[in-house]
Design a protein around this ligand. Sequence first.
Ligand code: AMP
Ligand code: MN
Ligand code: MN
Ligand code: MN
Length: 276
Amino acid sequence: MPNVDLHCHSTASDGLLPPAEVARRAAGNGVELLALTDHDDIAGLAAAAEAAAAEGMAFVSGVEVSIEWEGTQIHVVGLNFDPQNAALNEGLASIRAGRIDRAQRMSAELEKIGIADTFSGANRHAENPNLISRAHFARYLVEAGVCKDVRSVFESYLVPGRPGYVDHRWAELEDAVRWITGAGGVAVVAHPARYKISSGAMRRFLGNFRDVGGEAIEVVSGSHSLDDVGTYGRLAREFGFLASRGSDFHGPQESYVDLGMLGYLPDGLKPVWSRF
Ligand code: AMP
Ligand code: MN
Ligand code: MN
Ligand code: MN
């Protein structure tokens, strides 16, 4: 089975390495097929594709779209689409605009508990000013000495129920899947085990996702345990989904799983890359 990594981030969103460096690092780690999947932005694809070609590594376009489903923030990865597609680009631009407003509301909430100027602080950590993420807030709060590491910032400030977390309207599931499939791509549920919803709600979500044209789920992911791989491998078979594999690498300092350093897909699953 080839070493495939179809989920990772660059400085075009909240990754720590520029797109070309992500591609070179993947090739150095033995990855044979890569997709760069920045949050809600595809500005890094051209540079990553060029570096991948120079390394002789196959590359497909990717993006990780932020959606909201029944009040939960969920991520849908799009793969192998036309990056020039107008409707996709407009949809992603609308999500990015919402991110700036959300970051200002997060900053106002943190101000109330005495942590000042986090909007500008987070922006200093965001290479792409249009793509501000909670990860940039977390890095700034570590720099400011509020917490010792990014993980503890999330636990104390940036998850639901914590003072820096605000509700936000992300894209609708149906729109996100339509943008991806309309651009000729495949829609994939990102790291399904990470969402804090019941197994019944997950089954309903997977049914909705399939009904609107979703075709795949990540089975092997940097944020899945071996148990999760088993669970989502079975769900992929049951729902007839293709299976994907991705590290969700953000940077050498912050990720437990490096590019391509993952287990293989369980037997009997059809890989999503068979569609490329
Ligand atoms: P956002 O898209 O702005 O809501 O930010 C989500 C991003 O924050 C994820 O893609 C991760 O990069 C990061 N993140 C979320 N939860 C955690 C966590 N518990 N620890 C570290 N990083 C996290
Ligand atoms: Mn991220
Ligand atoms: Mn994600
Ligand atoms: Mn991701």
